[in-house]
Design a protein around this ligand. Structure first.
Ligand code: NAD
Ligand code: MG
Length: 390
């Protein structure tokens, strides 16, 4: 029996993780559930899975949730700090970080310090402070098990390859809803068009990141920390069918791929049961339904975010943290229809150019960089809006 904490239980990954738990009640026991705003679903989940603790981020929802759960024996906490308490909660073996954005950093660190394995969906944590997080994980002897489908694929390909040198890895990208489109086209796309991903149903932020290829950029940085690779060892190829989830090329030239229908429940389950595989009734892939799988080069001149992410990784220090914070601000602004699609990369680039560079940041340097970048980026967004009004 594995005792699990799910941070971000009401989101796309959180809900699918609970489906995995629901199908395997003899294996998993949910001890902790957290959410930011969706108290209604969190309550439903708490009544079904009976964890020891639930945390609601939004403090204004605390009173009602506590009243709704009174008499159940479930402890209820609220606020940002409670999230770190939830991550370090005694009696859990593994923490699934399914919350979105840099908000995942502090609770992930708290979980590692408490000796929990991490099932990592929250890629932003490794983008912001990969060096600190991975060093801490090895110090405390905990595993960081990837949930992101590409990284799970690489992780699965590396199974049984201890000691064998990786030449490079190849991350596949679906290309999103605007694959093959020009900058002129992208200048006019709407929020709703960007939210229509061809292959995956996900939270809003990662869906916009997929349309802008920032998601793949964040994944390049995530992969460099998870697998100890340089930017030059990480290639991205566009594969619109999302069947080959990623590949590893070894020093003898051999390439291993992991394949399957796009379904996040598989990588979520693998992270939770690792090193075991357990039987599922998920639909199986059939080659005859896909007579052609295609692969092409990403267009980094049109989708500039991918190039910016490579640059951030190559420069190192706090650059990826700046990239991530600026991106969180512009994606929120795009979702609120306050800036256009292409302006997102403009703001990210300006932040990368203008925010002070720190070569070897401490945790507090990262937190400061995150905060300053958000202020600077928000200001740029407001200025862009004014230009439009004129
Ligand atoms: P989502 O928006 O659907 O859900 C986010 C969850 O986090 C919700 O439960 C929400 O309540 C909580 N949350 C949001 N902001 C928070 C904050 N500031 N503090 C605490 N909790 C907060 O997101 P998602 O699509 O499930 O993605 C979650 C993470 O997993 C992201 O980092 C994403 O990049 C990664 N990921 C998602 C998918 C996918 O298929 N959805 C695939 C790979 C990786
Ligand atoms: Mg992914």
């Amino acid at each position: 029996m594995k005792n699990i904490a799910i941070l971000g239980a009401t989101g796309s990954i959180g809900k699918q993780a609970l489906e995995v738990v629901r199908s395997n009640p003899e294996r998993f026991n949910v001890q902790v559930l957290t959410a930011q705003n969706n108290a209604t679903l969190l309550l439903e989940q708490a009544l079904e899975f009976k964890p020891g603790l639930v945390v609601i981020g939004n403090e204004s929802l605390y009173g009602q949730l506590r009243a709704d759960l009174s008499g159940t024996g479930i402890q209820v906490l609220c606020g940002e700090e409670a999230l770190s308490e939830a991550a370090a909660w005694p009696g859990t073996d593994i923490v699934l970080t399914a919350l979105v954005g840099a908000a995942g950093l502090k609770p992930t660190i708290a979980a590692i310090q408490a000796g929990k394995d991490i099932a990592l969906a929250n890629k932003e944590t490794l983008v912001v402070a990969g060096e600190i997080v991975t060093a801490l994980a090895s110090k405390h002897g905990v595993n960081i098990l990837p949930v992101d489908s590409e990284h799970s694929a690489i992780f699965q390909c590396l199974s049984g390859e201890t000691g064998n040198e990786i030449e490079k890895i190849i991350l596949t990208a679906s290309g999103g809803p605007f694959r093959g489109r020009s900058r002129d086209f992208l200048a006019t796309v709407t929020r709703d068009e960007a939210l229509r991903h061809p292959n995956w149903v996900m939270g809003a932020k990662i869906t916009i990141d997929s349309a802008s290829l920032m998601n793949k950029g964040l994944e390049v940085i995530e992969a460099s920390w998870l697998f100890g690779l340089t930017a030059g060892q990480i290639e991205v190829i566009v594969h619109p069918q999302s069947i080959v989830h990623s590949l590893v090329q070894f020093s003898d030239g051999s390439i291993k791929a992991q394949m399957g229908l796009p379904d996040m429940k598989l990588p979520i389950q693998y992270a939770l049961t690792y090193p075991e595989r357990i039987k599922t009734d998920f639909p199986r892939f059939n080659f005859f339904d896909y007579p052609e799988l295609s692969f092409s080069k990403p267009d980094m001149d049109t989708f500039r975010n991918l190039k910016l992410a490579y640059q951030a990784l190559q420069t190192g220090g706090n650059k990826p943290c700046v990239l991530n914070a600026a991106n969180e601000v512009v994606v929120a602004a795009f979702l609120e229809k306050r800036i256009g699609f292409l302006e997102m990369s403009d703001v990210v680039e300006r932040c990368m150019d203008d925010l002070p560079f720190v070569q070897q940041p401490s945790l507090s340097n990262y937190l400061e960089t995150d905060e300053h970048t958000r202020i600077f980026a928000a200001d740029l967004v407001t200025k862009q809006q004014k230009v439009h009004l004129i």
